[in-house]
Design a protein. Structure first.
Lengths: 246, 246
């Protein structure tokens, strides 16, 4: 595990919902979160996609909270019976949970007293001590409990919530990347030389991603590191590698 | 946990690759696997997206192999230095691993002797006792080790491999679904009645999925169960619920 490398700030992502495991829904939130966190200097180390099961949700939150600097959950904070994430966050940290006036105020921006029935009021149940996260799309808030950010599952709402939290995140070294794409060569042609480059730069993640698009095969090489000078050197070596094979 | 419900056959999915965690690549393999397994009577219970880290891969395979009836890994079986999944499968089961003649034969269908360099020959390294899985796209095979199926990460290749394995999977009760979609109503309007329906059918997973498309909001309710007669009853109740709200 490289979770605790010096200077590296880590995140774990927990995507909650039966619909993601049944094939009903294609998740896109993980990619959105990774693209949001990278520029803040936070690296996603692992993601889990789990069912709407209270024990699984609680245990995963608890484990991830210890293991990573930040944790992001998506899904399960709506008004229906299968929305159990808030209770699971409270259980994970042995906290109470109750309807909160600040969360109700947010809901009142959207709903009339008549619309604010008991189901919708459930969305104002927040673990004790949690700090709300504004929802600019449909008002029902997310919340932050210690290092765990609990966000909506609907992609547009999750993206809206992310706009309100960058100042709460203290990132570390920002990891940059350089990529070199070559058409018409196979991974296997480049592999030996690529392994030499990877060995020469042990702290750098160097990946090789083949593609087959509309009959054209090729490879993209991607190097990732916090050290941009090193990345520039690697990019030149990768470019030379590709030129020698073409 | 509901992993061991009577008649239910379960799967865990392990998606391997730094590129899925950095935001470089959008995974689609989980949805493909869920859609492939559902009709065979296998339910995906959890998925993990993990980095190209040998210990993490090994430990996750080992844990999932005990916990689920079937396990599917994707990614990390190509010719380059970051392709370490085969070694991790071997390590997870304390098996040897070596270049295998049956796997080399597959590679020879594609590569000349000259092209079959040492990097490409790595793709013929298979854990002892594993059964190959044909790759109709680029020949480098996947393989099955006990209850673990090791597949390619490139979506087109993974889909090709899946065509060759249905006969190796012994599914259980097939889970069916019924859905009712209603535009113009909110989840919160339906929640109380929906919870009553869910309570009346404790063995059935009933989910509620709001959407906001091009200014139109609505909800899709989805019921999932092995019992189609029960699903038909629930579908009628959900339709009544929606009619009463419209």
């Amino acid at each position: 595990m490289t979770d605790n490398q010096a200077g590296i700030v880590t995140a774990g992502v927990i995507l909650i919902g039966d619909e993601l495991l049944s094939g009903l829904t294609q998740d896109t939130n993980l990619k959105t979160l990774a693209e949001f966190l990278g520029p803040l200097g936070v690296q996603v180390r692992e993601a889990r996609i789990i069912a709407d099961d209270a024990h699984t949700i609680r245990d995963t939150i608890r484990a991830f909270s210890h293991r990573f600097d930040y944790v992001f959950t998506t899904g399960g904070i709506g008004p229906t019976h299968d929305d159990i994430t808030a209770d699971c966050v409270a259980a994970a940290f042995d906290l109470g949970i109750s309807e909160r006036e600040d969360a109700l105020s947010e809901l009142r921006r959207r709903y009339t007293d008549n619309e604010l029935n008991s189901a919708r009021r459930r969305m104002a149940r927040i673990p004790d001590g949690a700090v709300l996260i504004r929802n600019p799309v449909s008002q029902a808030p997310g919340f932050q409990t210690k290092n765990v950010f609990t966000l909506a599952g609907v992609p547009r709402i999750m993206r809206g919530m992310l706009e309100h939290i960058p100042h709460r995140i203290r990132g570390g070294a920002q990891v940059h990347s350089r990529s070199v794409t070559a058409e018409g060569i196979g991974e296997g042609d480049a592999a030996a030389h690529l392994a030499e480059i990877a060995r020469a730069y042990p702290g750098v993640s160097i990946g090789s991603y083949p593609f087959f698009n509309a009959g054209i095969r090729g490879v993209t090489f991607v190097a990732r590191s916090a050290d941009e000078a090193v990345l520039d050197r690697i990019q030149r070596e990768l470019t030379d590698l590709v030129d020698n094979l073409s």
